[in-house]
Design a protein around this ligand. Structure first.
Ligand code: BES
Ligand code: ZN
Ligand code: ZN
Length: 465
């Protein structure tokens, strides 16, 4: 794992290379004040400060300074220094003016690597690129967010063969050991009896990859109860309604919701927020075998509602339904779930934007404002009541899919809503947990999308009280 702790340091007058940050508006005035050599060099390269992420080096004898174009030099975004962190040579750097602020995160994540499966490096290992800041108090929060993001990325990037339900359980246990939280795992007959949807979806997997509900609890009895749920489908073949090759190719990431939920729990505990945390991860493999659940099966859920399986590829909502029902039994003040739930959310919003659903307008607004503050965008989608009827089944209480090819992510969210207890504020993030194409600080592969937004919402909700 990338050692982020050494990459940000307090400014104690160490020898550094300066980074000049410019934008479209400020470039001309900045250029005027530069030495003639700099001006000539920048002009020769046609560096005009207009294209965000463009950067170039200004020689200083055997050393150099850096000039980097960003969108808004007065308010640095989380990612505006990420490309520098990726590309610059080993060394210690410092902004020529101002403080990195939010951009410290991108500086760290620009140095994230997932090389557990590389025996030989394509390029020689690059040494640490260290950024100095005059605001040492901001180092720790940035580090925590980078580490939480790396946890999501590592878990998602790990191939399904090496990350089944048992390994996901180990990942939760590792967080519990680190933080002093309590873990409970339900499997086998107890799962079949208590969480029949989770058991049914996982029934097709081999014994070594048996389904389970992983729960983690932390906090004081008297603090408000917050439930965090993550879809932990360690591999989604689609089940008997098998996915085509192209659709199955990246389905190792179908536990991305669980990775987000675990990372959020780690952040909440690390911050010692005054909440009682209940993390629930239904961990399964949606496999194909003689014991796999079938289209047309009717499953009685934990809540008692009978669900007809219209399509075994709509498995995420099934395992989440039992987890939502369990979480609701304790009447939490808030439930948040993360899930790589539908392709439809990606069709609607593309790779960058998790679809956010909430049954509470105030909660939705606080998530939207937290998303803006943290450069971690989400987009609210409607729980459109009039569509709810389309989830009906001809023989059971409801079907796991609407007989309608449109609005897939809304139907999935409406299905989940049926299992959320009355009067509980609930937000659901239909996220991709994946990055493709790459962006600065965000290589192709597993990624956290919506994690920082939700953490910031939880912080503002419970720290102000
Ligand atoms: N894990 C997939 C959703 C998914 C697919 C997320 C591609 C990101 C990228 C989920 O289990 C699924 O297969 N959903 C189906 C639902 C359909 C059968 C109602 C889908 O979205 O096609
Ligand atoms: Zn599926
Ligand atoms: Zn899935």
């Amino acid at each position: 794992m990338t050692d982020f702790a050494s990459l940000l340091a307090a400014d104690r007058g160490q020898k550094t290379r300066a980074i000049h940050v410019v934008d479209k508006g400020s470039f001309a005035a900045w250029l005027k004040k530069r030495p003639a050599d700099d001006r000539a060099l920048l002009e020769a390269q046609r560096f005009d400060g207009k294209t965000a992420f463009d950067f170039t080096l200004l020689p200083r004898g055997a050393e150099f300074e850096v000039v980097s174009a960003v969108k808004d030099a007065a308010k640095l975004s989380a990612w505006c220094l990420a490309k520098l962190a990726e590309r610059l040579p080993e060394g210690t750097y410092k902004l020529a003016a101002g403080e990195p602020g939010a951009a410290a995160l991108g500086w760290l994540l620009g140095q994230y690597r997932f090389d557990a499966y590389r025996s030989a490096r394509e390029e020689p290992e690059r040494g640490a690129r260290i950024l100095l800041t005059g605001e040492p108090a901001r180092i720790d929060p940035a580090l925590r967010l980078a580490e939480a993001t790396a946890l999501v990325r590592d878990l998602v990037n790990t191939p399904a063969a090496d990350l089944g339900p048992a390994e996901l359980e180990q990942a939760v246990r590792a967080v519990a050991t680190e933080t002093g939280a309590h873990v409970r795992v339900t499997a086998g007959e107890k799962l079949t009896d208590g969480f029949p949807l989770i058991a049914a979806v996982g029934a097709g997997a081999t014994e070594a990859r048996a389904p389970r509900l992983i729960e983690l609890e932390w906090g004081k009895r008297e603090d408000p109860l917050v439930a965090v749920i993550g879809k932990g489908v360690c591999f989604d073949t689609g089940g008997l309604d098998l996915k085509p090759a192209s659709g199955m190719r990246i389905m190792k990431k179908d536990m991305g919701g669980a990775a987000h939920a675990l990372a959020l729990a780690w952040l909440i505990i690390g911050e010692r927020l005054p909440v009682r945390l209940h993390l629930l991860i239904p961990a399964v493999e949606n496999a194909v075998s003689g014991s796999a659940y079938r289209p047309g099966d009717v499953l009685r859920s934990r809540k008692g509602l009978c669900v007809e399986v219209d399509n075994t590829d709509a498995e995420g909502r099934l395992v989440l339904a039992d987890a939502l029902a369990r979480a609701s039994e304790d009447k939490p003040e808030l439930i948040v779930d993360f899930a790589t739930l539908t392709g439809a959310a990606r069709v609607a919003l593309g790779p960058d934007l998790p679809a956010m659903f909430a049954n509470d307008d105030e909660l939705a607004q606080s998530i939207e404002s937290a998303a803006r503050e943290t450069d971690d965008p989400v987009w609210r989608m409607p729980l459109w009541d009039a569509y709810d009827d389309d989830l009906k089944s001809s023989i059971a209480d409801l079907s796991n899919m609407a007989n309608n090819p449109m609005a897939g992510c809304i139907y999935a969210a409406l299905f989940l809503r049926r299992f959320v207890g009355a009067d509980i504020s609930w937000a659901h993030l239909d996220t991709w947990a994946w990055r493709d194409p790459a962006k600065p600080g965000r290589p192709k592969g597993g990624d956290a999308l919506g994690l920082r937004a939700i953490f910031a919402m939880v912080q503002s909700r419970y720290l102000q009280r």
